[in-house]
Write a protein that binds this ligand. Structure first.
Ligand code: ZN
Length: 220
């Protein structure tokens, strides 16, 4: 895999991606749309580095594995090692903000959930985490008060506002760091707002983070 982190201004980020730590059901409206209970503490899962590809590259849907759903999410680039981290440690360690698609084989995930099995194979296939370039932290004054959108073929499908997160960015990273050490180059996905659905082949996608980041891609 040749993925390398990029900043939107073209400057390099010299750490290699190790893992992507994700949270399920971090927006109440999304939990409800999939008939899931609202969790009392963050539900974590990990996408390996082999899931990550540049969001601007064409997305290739897995074949013969049922429906692939899109989930647009705010992505946090980690710049320092974090183990049982404090708020101050976390604020220093955020190296950038970007957007990701947490691609999900929804039929397969539903089947695994029904059986009470881990849903890893529904979330961790090659290419399951298209990831944008990152904006520098100084670009975002308050991560708990930012908006992002996903449009498919020009139609607004998801509109997230981080003030609607059940667990906000800093406490989420704190919780993660109590369970796994985050390393420089790791990425945290902060959950998807309502509006998830089938990713249609041939679609054109546009993702925007406020007015600071815009990425377009297509589905094969
Ligand atoms: Zn997700």
């Amino acid at each position: 895999m040749s993925y390398q982190h990029q900043f939107s201004d073209g400057t390099p980020f010299n750490h290699t991606l190790g893992k992507v730590v994700c949270v399920g059901r971090n927006y109440a409206e999304h939990a409800k749309e999939l008939n899931n209970p609202i969790p009392t503490s963050p539900i974590l899962f990990i996408k390996p580095a082999t899931t990550v590809m540049p969001l601007s590259d064409e997305i290739k849907l897995p074949q013969g594995k049922g429906d692939t759903h899109y989930e647009a999410e705010l992505a946090i680039l980690i710049g320092e090692q974090l183990t049982c981290a404090s708020t101050a440690d976390i604020e220093r360690a955020i190296a950038g903000y970007g957007l990701a698609l947490d691609l999900t084989l929804r039929d397969l995930q539903s089947e695994l959930k029904t059986k009470g099995h881990p849903w890893e194979i529904a979330k961790s296939f090659d290419g399951a985490c298209p990831l944008s370039a990152f904006v520098k932290p100084a670009t975002i004054t308050d991560p708990s008060n930012i908006e992002f959108t996903l449009k498919i073929n020009g139609e607004l499908r998801q509109h997230g506002h981080t003030n609607e997160m059940i667990t906000a960015v800093t406490p989420l990273i704190a919780f993660i760091s109590q369970h796994f050490t985050l390393m420089p180059g790791d990425v945290v996905l902060t959950g998807t707002p309502a509006g998830v659905g089938l990713l249609p082949s041939g679609a054109k996608l546009e993702v925007d983070l406020e007015s600071v980041l815009h990425t377009e891609t297509t589905v094969k």
